[in-house]
Design a protein around this ligand. Structure first.
Ligand code: RB5
Length: 147
């Protein structure tokens, strides 16, 4: 399994710890985030990371900014991306089971790293349930565009 991880300046230390944790599970991690505290714009990171998901270079994306809000808003603009800002194991698990999220998002200034690790595990171990949820996931794609 291979994942992409992307973060802005607010998530450097959080990214380092989460990346190490993910790698310790034998998962390959491509880092497209920043590694210094110099200010950057999270949409740029979101776009780079999400492209790898759409191009099927990776299985899913792990995205991090200060709150997780900005980078998830940006990621969800990319066609085909379902980015879930998660807060714990429950939301992480459901983001896969019900929403088939292909990007899991964390707020580095909001969440403790241990909570993030257990949320990551819950997402990883969960399976999309399909059925009525597939219907809804299909409809997500038709929410885009101009009214
Ligand atoms: C950067 O200071 C901060 O605005 C960003 O990381 C994120 O929290 C935005 O949603």
């Amino acid at each position: 399994m291979k994942v992409v991880i992307g973060n802005d300046h607010a998530g450097v230390e959080f990214k380092n710890q989460l990346k190490e944790y993910i790698e310790s599970k034998g998962i390959e991690v491509i880092n497209v985030g920043v590694d210094t505290l110099e200010s950057v714009d999270y949409p740029d990171i979101a776009k780079t990371a999400c492209k790898k998901v759409i191009d099927k270079e990776v299985d899913f994306a792990v995205l991090i900014c200060g709150t997780g809000i900005g980078i998830s808003i940006a990621a969800n603009k990319v066609e085909g991306i379902r980015a879930a800002l998660v807060h714990n194991e429950v939301t992480a698990r459901l983001s896969k089971q019900h929403n088939n999220a292909n990007a899991i998002v964390f707020g580095a200034r909001i969440l403790g790293i241990e909570v993030a690790k257990s949320a990551f595990d819950a997402y990883l171990e969960a399976t999309f349930e399909g059925g009525r949820h597939q219907n809804r996931v299909n409809k997500i794609e038709s929410c885009g565009g101009v009214f």
